[in-house]
Design a protein around this ligand. Sequence first.
Ligand code: TRP
Length: 339
Amino acid sequence: MTQQTEHSHLILTGDRPTGQLHLGHYVGSLRQRVELQTQHPQYILIADLQGLTDNGSQPEKITRNVLEVMADYLAVGIDPQLSTICLQSALPALAELTMLYMNIVTVSRVERNPTVKNEIQQKGFSRSLPAGFLVYPISQAADITAFGADLVPVGDDQLPMIEQTNEIVHKMNSLLPQPVLRHCKALLSPVSRLPGIDGNAKMSKSLGNTLTLSASEEEIHKAVGAMYTDPGHLRVSDPGQIEGNVVFTYLDAFHPDSSKVAAMKAHYQQGGLGDRQCKNELETCLQELLAPVRQRRAELIVDKEMLMTLLKAGSEKAHEKTQQTLVAVKRGLGLPVMF
Ligand code: TRP
């Protein structure tokens, strides 16, 4: 690895291991990570502790998905030689930094975070809101800053986390004799949010509208067949709507030939192009995209030992990196660093 300077970029991204990754993850972030790993040092965090913040009473749901996510990463082309994949719970510096940051963030500030607000409502927590869940943006700020990351490829729902991280960076740095933490910015992918196959604004496992990266041929076929289009497009000859038409959103996200998609859109809007034909076109691209991923994934997931060995090696490297930040912050705050 090349020597890093203060000005060279460093990337951190992560995922909660709450289930297998799906097409929403793929277009929102995974696809970009595969490209970025050849350009900058990249760390990828399997955020099991963050996963526990709303799964505290079913830890097995999180622990059993860690290696599933690891297999997803490798299957889409994340290369452990280029990207360091690590496990959040193996990195004590992240938890310690979270404790330190919690003292410089007010409760009302975390309550104002729109993503958290939304999730609290969606999950119907009200009085049963776990304290850990409320403060997970602070823990995410610890993740990002501990690695010294300045670029964070995420979906647009994560923008409030980046904003909050930068506030923490500013506040903490002002308490230290010299700045230690680095400001960061989000790297949004061109398609940062994929709607669910049912037309819901977001693809999400809890909404049951996903296509996982290991979806079978039959599942892909069914999902595309059931996909939401324009309910007003009754006859092939009728002019159809593109806005809110999930099939076209997906064609935009996945079709390699954008001029062909543009021509299809014009034809559809004019009338004369049927939903079935558009769906066939989309299904072909999705089958082509997912067939090799599904096959690689099936080979990887049976070798749990290999997956764990890779995760351990990445976590060791990440431990060293994050520990350095923790020590610098502790020193700056005047806390003794005993070991
Ligand atoms: N909150 C992110 C998600 O739900 C996961 C995550 C945890 C993360 N720590 C991170 C993302 C650090 C980017 C950087 O997808």
